[in-house]
Design a binder for this molecule. Structure first.
Ligand SMILES: [Zn+2]
Length: 443
């Protein structure tokens, strides 16, 4: 077999853009009524758009791990989002770490750059890692003490709102606005003396969207909305969400999410123009995806990515692969396929210890999977499997770490052909999909 030797001349630059809590439902290329994805759509129209792309998790940490290792959470070890990650999970990760894309590319001579704030072991393999310190004000920390929180949540709405306003949380310090992220990204490209791998993570689309300028309307429906939420812990959770975002209607909350998408899209457009104008486009792989999706007010899960409904795990995936014609793909693909795709594209044949498969096979017309698997990174022990028309979710412990209620029963099965909204549980005590989940026993 021919051994591929990479020299600088045939090394393509690689850019991976992760947009947090990014769901297809809010993009016009997936049928949304608002055109807030103008630039991305322009790229997607002429490149590779995957319409059935799923994350391996509804949470950031397990999903990023899958992207960089090519493996499912039960194999790479990190099943839960911080701070719910257990020591056992981290030990498993240390034991099982066989491949880490940034490290691989660095060893191949790439200049590896990350703009993100998650830090910890995610920094491994990067020559440059922009990290933002999580600066929480003392008052905000105090407000998060359980007793204090309980007291605050029991105040009437108006009092809670005033209290929060006085404290004025500094959540925005944690996230840098898409424009700053892109400014830094472009300046890093400009200064790169050799082929680069650039990973950027946009947090603007993460609740409460603090980096997005948005003037609320006069609409007001929160009181009404709260009254309809029967579960007490969910009601309290939503109440906190509302006060964190400081808006008075669910429509405004959704509009603010859309405004954040529009801003990220604008910045991706800037990157596209920069690459085009500097003759880099034909020499650069560009991948844009969501780390996971999000519920807005769907399934009584409020502005969070808890639960394994499609809203939280179906994500947009757009890829520019120089040499490949534009195409729309409807076959299944997952974030575990990204690393194998990059390696395949670079001509690397040595590694095969991945759960994922190269998407190039799929682009060429082969099917690579008929099922997708996913783990709930926010609930204690919930996982699922999905085919084109069926989904099975199994919850061994369904408590949600965020809102403390539960979003799934012990077994839930959906007929996605008749019930794409996943509203009617058809589980009858048996499911043809069950054996596939049994195989995926966790740690
Ligand atoms: Zn929840």
């Amino acid at each position: 077999m021919r051994k591929f030797k990479m020299d600088n001349a045939n090394k393509k630059n690689i850019i991976i853009l992760v947009v947090d809590a990014f769901r297809p439902k809010n993009l016009s290329m997936f049928g949304y009524r608002k055109k807030i994805d103008k630039n991305l759509k322009k790229i997607a129209d002429k490149n590779l758009l995957f319409k059935n792309f799923f994350s391996s998790s509804n949470a950031t940490a397990p999903s990023l791990m899958s992207i960089f290792t090519g493996r499912y959470p039960n194999h790479h070890g990190i099943l839960h989002q911080f701070p719910y990650t257990t020591n056992k999970e981290i030990e498993k990760m240390d034991r099982e770490m066989k491949f880490w894309l940034p490290k691989y590319l660095k060893e191949k001579g790439y200049n590896t750059i990350a703009i993100d704030w998650i830090g910890m072991w995610f920094k491994d393999g990067f020559d440059y890692y922009e990290e933002r310190e999580e600066t929480q004000s003392k008052l905000k920390k105090f407000m998060n003490v359980p007793v204090v929180k309980k007291f605050l949540l029991n105040l009437p709405n108006w009092a809670y709102k005033i209290g929060k306003k006085v404290v004025k949380t500094r959540a925005s310090v944690k996230f840098s606005p898409a424009k700053d992220t892109m400014d830094l990204g472009i300046s890093k490209i400009k200064n790169s003396k050799k082929p680069f791998f650039l990973f950027m993570h946009f947090w603007d689309t993460h609740f409460p969207f603090p980096t997005t300028k948005f003037r609320g309307s006069k609409k007001e429906n929160i009181e009404e909305f709260l009254e309809k939420i029967e579960n007490k812990s969910q009601r309290e959770y939503f109440k906190k969400r509302v006060t964190d975002i400081g808006l008075n209607s669910t429509e405004d909350m959704i509009d603010k999410y859309d405004a954040a998408i529009k801003e990220v899209d604008k910045q991706i457009g800037r990157l596209f123009n920069y690459l085009k104008n500097n003759n880099l486009w034909d020499n650069t792989v560009l991948i844009v995806l969501g780390d996971h999706g999000t519920n807005l007010i769907d399934h009584e899960i409020y502005f969070s990515s808890s639960g394994l409904y499609d809203d939280t795990i179906h994500v947009p995936f757009i890829m520019h692969l120089p040499g490949f014609e534009g195409k729309e793909m409807n076959e299944f693909a997952q974030n575990i396929d990204i690393t194998p795709t990059v390696l395949d594209y670079l001509g690397e044949r040595e590694y095969n210890n991945f759960d994922g498969k190269s998407l190039i096979k799929l682009v060429k017309g082969d099917k690579i999977r008929d099922k997708v698997f996913f783990w709930d990174g926010l609930c204690v022990n919930v996982r699922g499997v999905r085919t084109k028309n069926k989904k099975l979710i199994v919850a061994k412990d369904n408590q949600c770490n965020l809102c403390k209620s539960s979003h799934h029963g012990e077994f839930e099965e959906y007929d996605l052909e008749k019930d794409s909204g996943e509203n009617e549980n058809i589980y009858s005590g048996e499911s043809e999909l069950k054996e596939f989940l049994d195989e995926k026993e966790d740690l």
